[in-house]
Ligand binder design. Sequence first.
Ligand SMILES: NC(=O)c1ccc[n+]([C@@H]2O[C@H](COP(=O)([O-])OP(=O)(O)OC[C@H]3O[C@@H](n4cnc5c(N)ncnc54)[C@H](O)[C@@H]3O)[C@@H](O)[C@H]2O)c1
Length: 324
Amino acid sequence: VACVGTGVIGAGWVAHFLARGLDVAAWDPAPDFAARLHRLVDAAWPALDRLGLAPGASIDRLTVCPTLVEAVTDADFVQESAPEVLGLKLELLAELGGATSPDVVVASSTSGFAMTEMQRACATPGRLVVGHPFNPPYLIPLVEVVGGEQTLPWAVEWAAQFYTATGKRVLSMDHEVPGFVANRLQEAVWREALHMVAAGDATVEQIDLAMTEGPGPRWAFMGPCLTFHLAGGEGGMAHMLDHFGPSLAAPWTRLSAPELTPALRQQMVAGTAAEAGDRTFAELIVERDRNLTAVLRALAAVRRGALDADGAGGSESTEGGAGT
Ligand SMILES: NC(=O)c1ccc[n+]([C@@H]2O[C@H](COP(=O)([O-])OP(=O)(O)OC[C@H]3O[C@@H](n4cnc5c(N)ncnc54)[C@H](O)[C@@H]3O)[C@@H](O)[C@H]2O)c1
């Protein structure tokens, strides 16, 4: 696998593919990228180790390449994670098309650009797909896969099967939707959070508490639809809709984007800094990864039926690794 662009997301992909026992070649134009990439992969490795590495997985199977062409020439799959700038993605994907063999799928990590837009400059657009991960890509199972108008169906199917083989949970879309699925859901919550801070309805800390102690734990294993099915009692979703349907029209949420004023920006920055307290960025990443691996392991154990009757915890087996 070749990973092109090794910032937060690209380095996360590198860690994921290495942990699944693959050889990874990486390139990034930043002069200090090799040291930074090794730091990020080293930081990710303990969590991946806890989840279970694939046989033969090793950080030593990472090759840092001095040029893009060297990174992708022998690759069977390319994951592009360059900055979210449309012109840059257009040029880069065109270059990647020219530098890879015609049967190689190239996936973009883009958070919101349509592949139809990004593939315009590429001479071989049929094998370009979006493979949108969630941060950190080495722990969060979801990847959203969708092609553009010029993408050939085999490429979408190939990418979906490949990601699945590396332990990812794939949401494969048959047409492009702005922002894909999970980002739209996340964005709705994010807009409302910003509105609530701007209006003085809730503090940054209260918003985070409301989510982690409220919907968060449920959403780790049951999405909002099945969750509300249970909220309807034995009448299920039908009763829930009939009962609470009218309140849908109540003006609870604003949803249109709030104006990002300097004051709101400052409130968000100060609020999150206060929440972080004296924990450094690196410490927060360790904490996040520790909690995420615990959640993933618990869910994997439940799916295997391996939790004790009192839910005290599964065995140490980590079958399936990060993707379970
Ligand atoms: N950060 C997230 O939570 C997140 C989640 C999902 C998807 N994404 C998407 O992943 C992609 C990368 O985002 P990020 O957060 O890792 O950004 P980032 O700024 O951390 O990393 C971008 C990297 O790309 C490199 N780069 C610059 N020009 C390049 C070029 N021409 N070719 C290759 N690499 C180049 C930079 O040196 C940097 O290392 C974006 O498309 C973003 O939308 C981000």
